[in-house]
Design a protein around this ligand. Structure first.
Ligand SMILES: Cc1ncc(COP(=O)(O)O)c(C=O)c1O
Length: 389
């Protein structure tokens, strides 16, 4: 099989036979015409022609789905209008009234709310366990556990879940393991190879890579994704073809971008860990990370995300985020531009201070999504910012 950079450029994107176009056309069509009424009958049954209506499927979106499936070593994938549409549709595809969900404590906020506030409305109960504890995960499983849900690395403290062992535990009660792979990207981590059943992304982040699209994806076996597509058709969170085309363009440089981001994040993490105004750096590529060994075993690269705690107050952390010149103060991640955020005032502002502290999110924690700028410029920027707090 071709390497990641070759696949980034060519996978699932043949030169257009009719026109020779080297890029995939945008099939900006809501519906597809038929010459014969009998063809309609066959297409609606899933036979013959593939395209009927773009909420069901669309040629540009289908090419993107084939491309992403190849990166995740999946049989198929389903794209959505946001990461949360992918995650919520996947949950609704695999749980039913009376099911139990087991999830880690360090979840992306909206995923936590989906499990904690929304699924109970449909009679689905959940248990949250400490992220790194497989012992708690084992204890939390029940006979009716249908989904085990994890993120690795986690947001914003970069904790890891041992995906291989989590998959074995989930399968011991016939549950499925769903992994949010957004922080790692498929270049750095392939959960399906480690035994997971479904891998999910906010495609808004590394897949697209240019901070100009909101999208999501679920990938897995043809059977599992068939079920997800069935539920997507009902709930309607399908991706628009124009956004699909932008992601196809973004994915051509995914391997280059992510490898550059891995290298720069490592250099920045090492610089920060030596700065006396920094108390702690969370980055799986540092030997000081408590799960550095696991990171080496299950990740091909350590990623472009890191967080660090300054030796100072919430105000000083806010001042640092304002005083950076190359990095921008903004939510989101995974794009070509370096972004910083203070989780206590942005992504995790709605969490109680006690819960924040329990998951290691102090007021002086800063999250960094490392972009593709020259790393010397980034280091200089953080150096001048830290000198002002
Ligand atoms: C880890 C993770 N999962 C899921 C999401 C949700 O994705 P979206 O914003 O594309 O709906 C995000 C968004 O920040 C995220 O960081």
């Amino acid at each position: 099989m071709d390497g990641d950079s070759t696949r980034s450029v060519h996978e699932a994107e043949p030169i257009d036979e009719k026109t020779g176009s080297v890029t995939v056309p945008i099939y900006q069509s809501s519906t597809f015409g038929f010459k014969k009424a009998s063809e309609v009958v066959r297409a609606v049954r899933g036979q013959g022609k593939s395209y009927v209506y773009s909420r069901w499927s669309n040629p540009t979106v289908a090419i993107l789905e084939a491309k992403l499936a190849s990166f995740e070593d999946a049989e198929d994938s389903a794209f959505f209008a946001s990461g949360m549409a992918a995650i919520s549709t996947a949950f609704l595809a695999f749980v039913e009234e009376g099911s139990h969900v087991l999830a880690i404590r360090d979840l992306y906020g909206e995923s936590y709310r989906l499990i904690h506030e929304f699924l109970p409305l449909f009679g689905v109960k959940s248990t949250l366990v400490e992220t790194e504890s497989l012992t708690q995960m084992k204890k939390g499983l029940r006979k009716n556990t249908k989904v085990v849900y994890v993120e690795s690395p986690t947001n914003p403290t970069l904790k890891l879940v041992d995906i291989r062992r989590a998959a074995k535990l989930a399968h011991s009660v016939n549950a499925m393991l769903l992994v949010d792979n957004t922080f790692a990207s498929p270049i750095n981590q392939k959960p399906l190879q480690l035994g997971a059943d479904i891998t999910l992304h906010s495609a808004t982040k590394y897949l697209n890579g240019h901070a100009d699209v909101i999208a999501g994806v679920a990938a897995g076996s043809a059977k599992a994704i068939g079920r997800v597509k069935h539920v997507r058709r009902i709930l309607g969170g399908t991706l628009d073809p124009h956004a699909a085309w932008l992601i196809l363009r973004g994915m051509k440089t995914m391997s280059l971008r992510v490898r550059a981001q891995n290298q720069s994040a490592q250099r920045l993490a090492e610089f920060l860990s030596k700065n006396k105004r920094v108390m702690r750096v969370n980055y799986p590529g540092l030997r000081t990370h408590p799960q550095h060994g696991l990171a080496g075993r299950q990740m091909k690269g350590f990623g472009g995300m890191l967080s660090f705690e300054i030796n100072g107050t919430k105000r000083q952390a806010m001042r640092l985020t304002e005083s950076l010149r190359t990095a921008t103060l903004a939510g989101s991640l995974g794009g070509v531009e370096t972004l910083v955020a203070q989780p206590a005032t942005l992504s995790h502002a709605q969490m109680s201070p006690e819960d924040r502290l329990r998951t290691g999110i102090s007021d002086s924690l800063i999250r960094v999504s490392v972009g593709i700028e020259d790393v010397e410029d980034l280091i200089r920027d953080f150096e001048q910012g830290l000198s002002k707090i």
